[in-house]
Design a protein around this ligand. Structure first.
Ligand code: PRX
Length: 674
């Protein structure tokens, strides 16, 4: 790694005022700390751990591991022997200090601007204790799983922390997922309790969450004996909105054996609850992420390592200070929300905005209005949101006073130069560094990211590794490439926040991340390192796509399409999209007796929405009388990607059984897919 400064492309240097009181004030400090984290990880992480509370100190070293499948089972252990509790560290520790109890933990903003409330650290702690006691009373024990299907409301945070307090493992399912997806995740986790809400407005649209939850539980009963004994329902929409119509629409059947109202069980629940002292390596949560086989993987994170890693990345990458107002627009249903709305900010005692709504409701300036309202200093969003808002021009941004902003962040997908410059100039008024953070559900926290006062930026590059991260770029044969290079992005050693396993499937964990290149964690992303040592993510190199920052597998969409009785075969590829980054382009072969027509297309779209959720709705569905296959019967996806993009230079197609198939596909391309 070289100290940057001699590049041809335009670099963006940290503003002086940020450097004055930054945790990592310049590039040399970054290099020094980075070296320490690699050469002496034990001392490095011990210092970080000293800021937190340990009921019992660690007996082993800070990190023990085997990262090489050829030498035995993969494992990572952080602070073995230590006992602690995540909830205690992110709440009690602050409240007991005395000075943070009255500090706002969350400024909640509802879907509509007239819905808002604040929650202090003390209030959060007492609500969490009450909820923890409710769960205990329902019989939830340490190690048992609780599924959570909630919109972005304070009760979501409360329930997750209540689980953490009693040692239960939360499994949050994004509330945009379908009943089928929820059911699949409940069955895999064998959860004993489901927490949901009556409903939620997303913009103008009312979603009846309880009904979806009921359908999911019904499907669980049909597929296996369901493990869920209680379903706790929060009266969110019926209590908080002034919309009478919603109240009527949200009435759903009530199963008095299983369903309980949140308000009723919380009412008399005691406000004190001793935390369960957990082993450092006890599980904290499961979060499902798409797998290339189509079946979601339950990514499992553990207590101590995840605490250290989310706390430190949050503090350094957003250069957190006590008087900051921080806002991450992600949903807590994804890892970004777990790490950077919940655990990282709370571990630092930060005040955050918790936003339930969408960026364009009730007007396209909503995000900027909220920044002005709370004087947000650090703002973290996804390129897809930037691209969406760019379409409306500068005026809706410039109407608001955004002068409080000091650092902007980007996450979830590569940020294209046009979006980067707009974000930098229009939102950040040319004064705020953009931290482009590369990471994954599996990594728990940022692994490649600039430090805002230290790292000169190149638009589109996630720049350099975070402390403790040792990246490498390998070629197809597993040989490590030095200097300027492009290939597979891998990591040579673990860091505290890396996932520990795929829930109930350690073999899948090893096969997915460690088998291809023994000795390394394989991200599944391609990457380029330039002559200055900057890392540039080039995109997925497996059959995964990234739609609006959400990772999904082609296999899961194909499986959803194939369930339609008219479909004989389906193949799904990615196609570039102006706002979403990538979108789904599907090829469908119908059964002999069936006809491919508009009605079928609509049915298929609905089918995918119902099976997976609206985020997976295909943009294009094309008739494919046949699919291009090799002699061994493998679909040549490269060709399908070219058809989807209308790229007619096909290169070598000699392995195709029937090259005429491709001509037919080109002649039947979808309208609008120019
Ligand atoms: O392909 C990379 C892309 O998102 C994937 C991880 O998705 P997920 O587990 O859902 O977590 C998303 C939020 C951390 C990665 O393998 N990705 C994430 N951040 C970036 C990115 N691609 C380019 N640049 C990024 N900053």
């Amino acid at each position: 790694m070289v100290v940057p400064g001699s590049q041809e492309e335009k670099m963006f240097y940290p503003p002086d005022d940020l450097q004055m009181d930054a945790h990592v004030p310049d590039f040399n400090s970054y290099l020094q700390m980075y070296r320490k984290s690699i050469e002496n990880p034990d001392a490095f992480w011990k210092e970080i751990a000293d800021e937190f509370f340990w009921k019992k100190p660690a007996t082993g070293s800070m990190l023990q591991y085997n990262f090489d499948v050829t030498k035995g089972s993969i494992y990572v252990k952080c602070m073995e022997g230590a006992k602690t509790n995540m909830c205690y560290n992110v709440l009690d520790r602050h409240v007991l200090k005395g000075n943070l109890g009255e500090k706002v933990a969350y400024y909640w903003e509802g879907n509509s601007p007239d819905q808002h409330l604040t929650v202090t650290y003390s209030q959060l702690l007492s609500q969490v204790c009450r909820c923890a006691n409710v769960l205990k009373k329902m019989g939830v024990k340490k190690g048992e799983r609780v599924s959570i299907y909630l919109p972005m409301i304070p009760e979501l945070v409360i329930t997750m922390l209540a689980c953490a307090r009693i040692g239960a493992v939360h499994s949050v399912v994004f509330a945009g997922f379908s009943s089928e997806s929820l059911c699949e995740r409940i069955i895999d986790a064998q959860s004993c309790v489901l927490v949901t809400a009556d409903g939620v407005y997303r913009g103008e649209k009312l979603v009846n969450l309880k009904q979806i939850a009921d359908e999911a539980l019904q499907k669980c009963r049909e597929k296996s004996s369901t493990s869920v004994t209680k379903c706790v329902v929060i009266k969110h929409q019926t209590l908080r909105t002034k919309c009478g119509a919603a109240r009527n629409k949200l009435q759903t059947p009530w199963d008095s054996d299983c369903d309980v109202w949140w308000d009723e069980v919380m009412k008399d629940s005691p406000e004190e609850c001793e935390p369960e002292w957990l082993d450092a390596e006890d599980p904290l949560f499961i979060l499902y992420t798409s797998g290339s086989t189509g079946k979601p993987k339950g990514v499992l994170h553990t207590v101590a390592g995840y605490l250290l890693y989310t706390a430190l990345t949050f503090k350094c990458v957003f250069d957190y200070h006590h008087d900051d107002v921080y806002w991450c627009t992600a949903d807590i249903g994804w890892i970004t929300g777990h790490s950077y709305i919940m655990y990282g900010p709370l571990a630092n005692g930060a005040s955050s905005v918790l936003f339930e709504g969408i960026p364009v409701h009730p007007h396209v300036g909503r995000l900027w209005e909220i920044i002005e309202k709370y004087k947000v200093t650090k703002f973290y969003t996804a390129p897809t949101a930037i691209r969406l808002l760019m379409k409306y021009g500068r005026e809706p941004v410039q109407k608001y006073d955004l002068s409080s902003l000091r650092i902007l962040g980007s996450v979830g997908e590569p940020i294209n130069p046009e979006a980067w410059h707009w974000y930098h100039e229009v939102v950040g008024r040319g004064k705020c560094p953009i931290v482009d953070t590369f990471w994954q559900t599996e990594t728990g926290g940022h692994v490649l990211a600039p430090l805002p006062a230290a790292t000169p930026l190149k638009p589109g590059s996630a720049t350099f590794p975070f402390f403790g991260i040792e990246p490498a770029i390998l070629n197809e044969h597993g040989e490590e490439l030095q200097g300027e290079a492009e290939g597979y992005l891998v990591f040579r050693r673990p860091w505290p926040g890396i996932m520990r396993t795929v829930y109930k499937n350690h073999e899948r964990f090893q096969n997915t991340y460690f088998k291809k290149f023994p000795g390394f964690y394989v991200t599944g992303d391609g990457c380029r390192r330039d002559k200055d040592g900057y890392y540039w993510i080039t995109g997925r190199i497996d059959d995964m796509l990234n739609v609006s920052g959400h990772l999904m597998s082609t296999a899961e969409v194909e499986a959803a399409l194939m369930e339609h009785p008219a479909v004989a075969e389906a193949a799904v590829v990615s196609r570039p999209h102006q706002v979403k980054g990538e979108c789904l382009y599907c090829f469908v072969t119908v059964k002999d007796c069936k006809e491919f027509n508009h009605t079928l297309m609509e049915e298929l779209k609905r089918q995918v929405r119902e099976k997976i959720g609206p985020i997976a709705t295909p943009d294009f569905i094309q008739n494919a009388p046949a699919l291009p296959k090799t002699r061994s019967g493998k679909i040549m996806r490269r060709i399908l990607r070219q058809v989807a993009r209308n790229e007619r230079e096909l290169g070598d197609v000699s392995s195709l059984t029937d090259p005429k198939v491709v001509e037919v596909l080109f002649s039947q391309r979808c309208e609008g897919a120019a």
